[in-house]
Design a protein around this ligand. Sequence first.
Ligand code: SAM
Length: 268
Amino acid sequence: MTEHYQHRARKRFGQNFLHDAGVIHRILRAIHAREGERLVEIGPGQGALTEGLLGSGAQLDVVELDLDLIPILQGKFGQQANFRLNQGDALKFDFRQLSDAPHSLRVVGNLPYNISTPLIFHLLEHTGLIRDMHFMLQKEVVERLAAEPGGGDWGRLSIMVQYHCRVEHLFNVGPGAFNPPPKVDSAIVRLVPHEVLPHPARDHRLLEKVVREAFNQRRKTLRNTLKGLLDSGAIAAAGVDGSLRPEQLDLAAFVRLADRLAEQTSAG
Ligand code: SAM
């Protein structure tokens, strides 16, 4: 196969290259890039999505870690004026260098699954810059991103992403669309940063702290897991029943707990 001849997929870089034209087309349609827009593609690989993205006339920066793919990408797209190649680790990439206009940057990628969660957390630090994000992820991760309170999928990832973004699980993609096929099902998700946060916390770092602590032991009651941060009186004062388990609380309730902690911290 041509891909094998040009480049052998590397497991350590999470390389599963898209080869199904129907799936590629469907992803490009969901992104719907337009001329003049500012896009960044994470992990372009051999350019399965890159080609269509460039065809839209949008300005496209790509961030690719694998040095062996750089000449392949440069050879395929280097002549196009709207293409810019950045070699490096997307986890360390400073997205602020691409745009300073609020909510202007569109981020896309068939992500390497081994870094998808840390990468999403990295991007959440720049939501003020980002208009939207379209990612191919492990289906299980998309289910956690789009989860609602009350079930096993609801946790730290759902809460912190939904604090910043509206989440849409767009469609699923089977392993056969990739070369080599991954062992898991995949899905496309759209994340749209809120222009105005629906449940703003006084200090979002305290929200992260409360959520992390609460889900450290998800089977225990909040009274137990939050012992080190908030006592039962403080939990009740936030309007939360301390006998519940963390997965039973919605985002608004976690924000009330974080705000209680903020008050306690500033008072003490
Ligand atoms: N977009 C291509 C496609 O759909 O065929 C490739 C997708 S493949 C799942 C993931 C890509 O991300 C690979 O090209 C891999 O080399 C690249 N990659 C892995 N880790 C990366 C990182 N930390 N930063 C940037 N790119 C990375």
